[in-house]
Design a protein around this ligand. Structure first.
Ligand code: MG
Length: 399
């Protein structure tokens, strides 16, 4: 029996993870669930899965969840707590084997580090944890001998392709990208696209923030940073290729020129289950790839002028130190402003670029979680100021 804790159980990855658990009764069990503010869905999940530990983002949300539960579900709960403390509680239970980190943002950073210290396997679906604190997290995991298994489909593919191959055999990693909804939109028209346009992703169903990141390709940029930490390779050995069908989830090129790729349907249940069961493989509830009607796979290089966020992410990774933290924080503020209609689409890259250049030359400490959170807060303030500027100048464009 593999016992899991899920941080972010009401989000899109969390819901898929619970489908994986339900598909394997007697082999997978849920010990703990943590969510943000979705009280109704959390109540359903607690009634269905009967976890022993429950957390919500706030005290009132947790009280609401508990108030609405049946006596039977309540009797199963041995502990609950709100906020970051609740995330740590869920992630460090003695009877948990695997912690799936599927919260968005950086709330779960302490919980992931606490889970590592407690010797738990980490199934990581959250990019921010590695973008902000990749060095801290991977060092802690290595020191404790804990596996950090990627659930992000690209990194999961690379993990599968790398199996058994020593680092010296690897020439480069190739992350595939769908190119998002604006792959063919003329660059000049990008300033006018709306949040609704950006939210209609052609191949993956995802949350709002990641859908916008996919449209700007900042998502792929964050994934390059994520890959750097997961697989310990420098940025010049991590490439990105546009592959609109999203069938090849990523590739590894070896020194002899051979490429290994992982293919599958676009369903996050596959990488989630892999991270739960690794190194074992089980039957899965995922549909199979079908080429009865033919299957075309296309690859093309990304047009950098259309996707400045990708270039910014590489620049932040090369700069190192606090730059990836600043990149991520500024992007979150810019994306939220875009979703609220306060910033144009091309303004997202403009804001990130400006905040990054403001950060250059500042002594920004990233040696602890507290220091990283300070850099994050500074970058959010700087981005907020910049969004205000862009707003007063009309809809944002790249200067
Ligand atoms: Mg991905």
């Amino acid at each position: 029996m593999i016992r899991v804790a899920i941080l972010g159980s009401t989000g899109s990855i969390g819901v898929s993870a619970l489908d994986v658990v339900s598909a394997h009764p007697g082999r997978l069990a849920v010990v703990g669930l943590a969510a943000g503010g979705n009280v109704a869905l959390m109540q359903q999940q607690v009634e269905r899965l009967r976890p022993a530990v429950v957390a919500m983002a706030t005290g009132p949300a947790l009280a609401q969840v508990r108030d609405g539960l049946s006596a039977a579900a309540t009797a199963q709960i041995r502990e609950s707590a709100p906020g970051r403390e609740g995330l740590v509680l869920v992630a460090t239970q003695p009877d948990v084997d695997v912690v799936l980190c599927a919260c968005s943002g950086t709330e779960a950073l302490e919980a992931v580090l606490a889970a590592i210290a407690a010797g738990k396997r980490i199934a990581l679906a959250n990019k921010e944890v590695l973008v902000m604190a990749g060095s801290l997290v991977m060092r802690a995991a290595a020191a404790r001998g804990v596996d950090v298994l990627p659930v992000d489909s690209e990194h999961n593919a690379i993990h599968q392709c790398l199996a058994g191959h020593p680092p010296a055999h690897v020439r480069r990693l190739v992350l595939t990208a769908s190119g998002g909804p604006f792959r063919k939109t003329p660059a000049a028209a990008l300033a006018e696209v709306t949040a609704a346009d950006a939210l209609s992703h052609p191949t993956w169903k995802m949350g709002r923030k990641i859908s916008i990141d996919s449209a700007t390709m900042m998502n792929k940029g964050l994934e390059v940073i994520e890959a750097r930490w997961l697989f310990d390779l420098p940025p010049d050995r991590i490439d990105v290729v546009i592959h609109p069908q999203s069938v090849v989830h990523s590739m590894v090129e070896f020194v002899d020129g051979s490429l290994l790729a992982q293919l599958g349907v676009t369903d996050m249940k596959l990488p989630i289950q892999y991270a739960f069961t690794y190194p074992d493989r089980w039957d899965s509830p995922v549909p199979r790839l079908d080429w009865q009607d033919g299957l075309d796979l296309r690859f093309e290089p990304p047009e950098r002028s259309r996707f400045p966020c990708l270039t910014l992410a590489y620049a932040a990774l090369r700069a190192g130190g606090a730059a990836p933290v600043v990149l991520n924080a500024a992007n979150e503020v810019a994306v939220a402003s875009f979703l609220e209609g306060r910033l144009g689409f091309t303004g997202i890259a403009a804001v990130v670029s400006e905040v990054l250049s403001t950060a250059v030359g500042r002594a920004l400490d990233t040696s602890s979680v507290a220091a990283i959170r300070e850099v994050d807060a500074w970058a959010r303030r700087a981005a907020g100021v910049r969004v205000g500027t862009v707003e007063s100048a009309g809809r944002g464009t790249i200067a």
